[in-house]
Ligand binder design. Structure first.
Ligand code: PNS
Length: 158
């Protein structure tokens, strides 16, 4: 059984995240979406809310489950018997930091591979923080996040 971990802050998940999760689910037997509980800044959504929103968005993908982690990602991945960590890459600007983390994670745990997946071009400009900023300033975020997440963001800002 090939198990992959798909980590992130997911505050909240965007359609770019969901696209990567869906494509990962085609490549691995089991995909564990791992919501980070180590956020340094104040999140818009609590860990429980981020997990619930992701679970709803992924409910139709049978081999995807949502979990949370604190501490080192690589320790969580090992505990889950994952062989891969999946990261989405949007642009060259993502690359440098992601390469650094991939190499550090390999140093810590050589038998877990980081797999980079290229973003779907239609979501390449998306980020959770930009979506929140646009919504906060009254812009339209339709089509950028799953509908229930759009509703939750708007509710929070009302
Ligand atoms: O969605 P994000 O904010 O880009 O996700 C980043 C995340 C949570 C995947 C990354 O910061 C991470 O792996 N944090 C866990 C702590 C850890 O393992 N740090 C060492 C990385 S080499």
């Amino acid at each position: 059984m090939r198990i992959a971990v798909c980590p992130g802050s997911f505050d909240p998940a965007t359609n770019g995240h969901i696209d990567i999760i869906e494509r990962s689910a085609l490549l691995f037997d089991r995909v564990i979406v791992a919501v980070s509980n180590n956020l340094s800044k104040q999140p818009m959504f609590s860990i429980e809310e981020r997990m619930a929103l992701l679970s709803k968005a992924c409910e139709d993908i049978p081999n995807v489950e949502v979990d949370s982690f604190s501490g080192l990602l690589i320790d969580f991945a090992k505990q889950k018997k994952a062989t891969a960590i999946i990261k989405g890459l949007r642009a060259v600007s993502d690359f440098e930091y992601e390469l650094q983390m991939a190499l550090m994670n390999r140093k810590l745990q050589p038998d877990i591979e980081t797999v980079f997946m290229m973003t779907n071009s239609k979501y390449s400009y998306l980020s959770s923080s930009l979506v929140k900023e646009v919504a906060r300033l009254g812009g339209c975020i339709k089509g950028l996040v799953p509908e229930p997440i759009e509703e939750e963001i708007l509710k929070r800002l009302r």
